[in-house]
Design a protein around this ligand. Structure first.
Ligand code: SF4
Length: 446
C-alpha cells in the first residue's frame, strides 16, 4: 500500500497534566504531518522530550531522561518547562538539536522539520478529529489557559510558562465538544488557576452556539455542564465567585468536586507565600458550599516547612485541617526550587522538622480521610468504569469524588461482565472502605 518510509519520532512526556496536554498537541501535529510515532529510542529518527522543571526532583528526572535519549539515540529535541533554562541543558548536553520552553508547539515543529523533514503522502490521514490523546479514551484533560499571573513565592511557573493567557471560550468549547463526540465521558478542566479564567482579557464576550457568553469561569462551566458528561474542576482558588458554581454541583450538572490548593492556613505564612485568602474566610466558604451541596468532595494540597514556619503556624494548619474536614489532602515538604523568591526568605526550617511536621499532618489527615470514606459504607453511589480485569472478574471504577491518578478507586468484585466497558456509569452499593479506596457491589445500570 504505502511504500514511503515514514520519518519516525520518539516522544517522552514528563510532568503534570498541563504538560501532558502540550504533549498531546505536539503529537497530534506530528501525526497530522505524517510522522510515525515509535516507542523505543532505537527505532526513532529523532526524539522529542517534553520536560518538567517544577521542583528539583522533576529537574533531575528531566535531565536524566535527556541523558538517556542522547546516549541511546543522539538526536534529541527538548521542550517544556525545563526548556526555559536552556543554559543548563546546553551546558550539560551541548549536542541537543534544539531547546524550547513550555507550550512552544511551533518551535518544536520547526525543529522537527529542520532535522527530520516530513514526507508528504496523500494516503496518510490518520489523525482522529479529537487529536492524539495520552489519557484513556473515556476521559480527557481540557486545558483552558496557559501560564499564571500570580506571584506565589515558592513557585517559578510564571517565569517558566509566562503570564496567564486564557483561551477564547469558543475555542475551549469546540475542543470539549470534539472530545465528547469522540467518546469522552469525563472532562478534567485544568490550568494553573481555573478560577482566574478570562481575567487576563477582562472577561470579554465570546460567542458559542450563536449566543454571547462571557469568558469567565462560571459561564464556561455552565456551558460545559450542558454536554451531558462528567465535568471535574481542578486548581480552583477559593474566590467568592466560586460560590456561583456550587448550585450546578447540587443539581448534578457538574461533579460535586473541587481541587483547591490551599497550601497553608497561617496568615503569616500565606502572606510570605503571597497567597490570597484568609483561613477563617475559607472555612466559612467551605461551610457555605457544604450547605448548598452536602456531597461535595474537597481535595487540597499543603506545604509544610515553608521558610519562617513556626510551631504556632504549623499548629494553626493542623487546627484548620481539623475544622475543614477535607476529603483528600496532598502534602509536600518545602523544597527550594532554583529561582524561587522564597529561597531568599529568612529562617529556613530544618529537614528533620519538616519531616516531623509532614508525618504529623499526614497522620491527622489520614484519620479524617478514612473517617469520611467510612461514612460512605452502605450508601449507593454512581461510579464510572475505568477498567475491566477479565482475569479475576474485577471492575475498577471511580466515584464522583475520585479524580484519575490522584484520588482513590472503587473496586467491584465478581462482576459478571455483562457488557460493561470503560466510561460506563453504574450505580453501586458501597460495602467496605479502606484507607483510600472503596469496595462496592453493582446495584443496577443508571
Ligand atoms: S497560582 Fe501560584 S503556585 Fe500556582 S502556578 Fe501560579 S504562581 Fe505557581
Amino acid at each position: 500500500m504505502n511504500d514511503t518510509k515514514q520519518p519516525k519520532v520518539g516522544f517522552v512526556s514528563l510532568g503534570c497534566p498541563k504538560a501532558l496536554v502540550d504533549s498531546e498537541r505536539i503529537l497530534t501535529q506530528l501525526k497530522t504531518e505524517g510522522y510515525d510515532l515509535v516507542t523505543t529510542y532505537d527505532e526513532a529518527d529523532v526524539v522529542v522530550i517534553n520536560t518538567c522543571g517544577f521542583i528539583n526532583d522533576a529537574v533531575e528526572e528531566s535531565m536524566a531522561t535527556i541523558g538517556d535519549a542522547m546516549a541511546e539515540n543522539g538526536k534529541v529535541i527538548v521542550t517544556g518547562c525545563l526548556g526555559s533554562r536552556d543554559n543548563s541543558i546546553l551546558k550539560e548536553y551541548p549536542n541537543v538539536l534544539a531547546v524550547s520552553g513550555a507550550h512552544a508547539y511551533e518551535e518544536v515543529m520547526n525543529a522537527v522539520h529542520q532535522h527530520l523533514p516530513p514526507v508528504h503522502s496523500p494516503l496518510i490521514d490518520l489523525v482522529p478529529p479529537q487529536g492524539i490523546k495520552l489519557t484513556p479514551k473515556h476521559y480527557a484533560y481540557l486545558k483552558i489557559s496557559e501560564g499564571c499571573s500570580h506571584q506565589c513565592t515558592f513557585c517559578i511557573i510564571p517565569d517558566l510558562r509566562g503570564n496567564l493567557v486564557s483561551r477564547p471560550l469558543h475555542d475551549v468549547m469546540e475542543e470539549a465538544q470534539r472530545l465528547v463526540d469522540s467518546g469522552v465521558k469525563e472532562l478534567l478542566v485544568i490550568s494553573q488557576d481555573t478560577s482566574a479564567y478570562g481575567v487576563d482579557a477582562r472577561y470579554p464576550t465570546d460567542f458559542w452556539n450563536g449566543q454571547p457568553v462571557k469568558r469567565r469561569m462560571c459561564e464556561m462551566v455552565e456551558q460545559l455542564s450542558r454536554l451531558g458528561i462528567w465535568v471535574r474542576l481542578h486548581y480552583v482558588y477559593p474566590y467568592p465567585h466560586v460560590d456561583e458554581i456550587i448550585p450546578l454541583m447540587s443539581d448534578g450538572l457538574i461533579l460535586p468536586y473541587l481541587d483547591i490548593p490551599f497550601q497553608h492556613a497561617s496568615p503569616s505564612i500565606l502572606k510570605k507565600m503571597k497567597r490570597p485568602a484568609l483561613s477563617q474566610k475559607v472555612l466559612n466558604r467551605i461551610q457555605l458550599w457544604r450547605n448548598i451541596c452536602p456531597e461535595i468532595t474537597l481535595r487540597s494540597t499543603f506545604i509544610v516547612g515553608f521558610p519562617g514556619e513556626t510551631d504556632d503556624d504549623f499548629d494553626m494548619l493542623l487546627e484548620f485541617l481539623e475544622d475543614a474536614q477535607l476529603d483528600r489532602v496532598g502534602c509536600f515538604k518545602y523544597s527550594a526550587v532554583d529561582g524561587a523568591k522564597a529561597n531568599d526568605l529568612p529562617n529556613h526550617v530544618d529537614e528533620e522538622v519538616k519531616q516531623e511536621r509532614f508525618e504529623r499532618l499526614m497522620e491527622l489527615q489520614n484519620c479524617i480521610s478514612q473517617e469520611k470514606l467510612a461514612e460512605k459504607v452502605d450508601s449507593v453511589i454512581t461510579v464510572m468504569v475505568d477498567e475491566i480485569r477479565e482475569d479475576d472478574d474485577m471492575v475498577i471504577a471511580r466515584s464522583q469524588g475520585d479524580a484519575p491518578d490522584i484520588d482513590g478507586l472503587v473496586y467491584l468484585e465478581d462482576v459478571e461482565n455483562d457488557g460493561l466497558k470503560p466510561g460506563d456509569t453504574v450505580r453501586v452499593k458501597v460495602i467496605e472502605a479502606g484507607e483510600y479506596d472503596l469496595w462496592a457491589e453493582l446495584v443496577d445500570d443508571v
